[in-house]
Design a protein around this ligand. Sequence first.
Ligand code: 5GP
Length: 191
Amino acid sequence: MQLLEERINKDGIVKEGNVLKVDSFLNHQMDIELYNEIGKEFRRLFPDKSINKILTIEASGIGIACVTAQYFGCPVVFAKKAQSVNIDGEVYSTSIESFTHKRTYNVIVSKKFLSPDDNVLIIDDFLANGCALLGLIDIVKGAGASIAGAGIVIEKGFQKGGDLVRSKGIRVESLAIVDSMSVDGGCIFRH
Ligand code: 5GP
């Protein structure tokens, strides 16, 4: 998505440790006009009328998922980071290793909000090693729901997540794929 690539080139900051900071328009301050274009593009890429739920993970996926959901006319469910493993059986849970925070979270979704009747589009801001996305996939599968695919805003194509998830037969559509990046040279995109 050209608009997004231009914005990453203009305002993205490449940090040591393979981290791309996009705080000024995506992850902290949010450019809602850009979010709207992102939502429209996800709808174009996933025209399937049977998608009836969007699943994301707190916190940075929520805003993108909400704006996107307006183009799908469906609710958003976000996986919550939980302090402890829930043992009462009322939630689906999985554990996710965080790329940016270098720690492992338990995440949960209430069984009330995902069922075998659902056809779920997963939305997230970044795809790096794939842990967050694989965790969300695990939750959808645990609910017996269908996965329509995953919509990612920025995929770091030089990390393993994209290949890993696609090799499982899941459709992943990333609006910008960074093939390489460096502190001095910025981002090179895949086309
Ligand atoms: P993964 O689980 O695929 O390794 O990482 C995905 C999650 O880590 C995303 O939800 C995102 O919050 C965070 N993340 C991974 N890489 C980056 C990055 O380069 N920049 C930012 N801002 N977040 C990232």
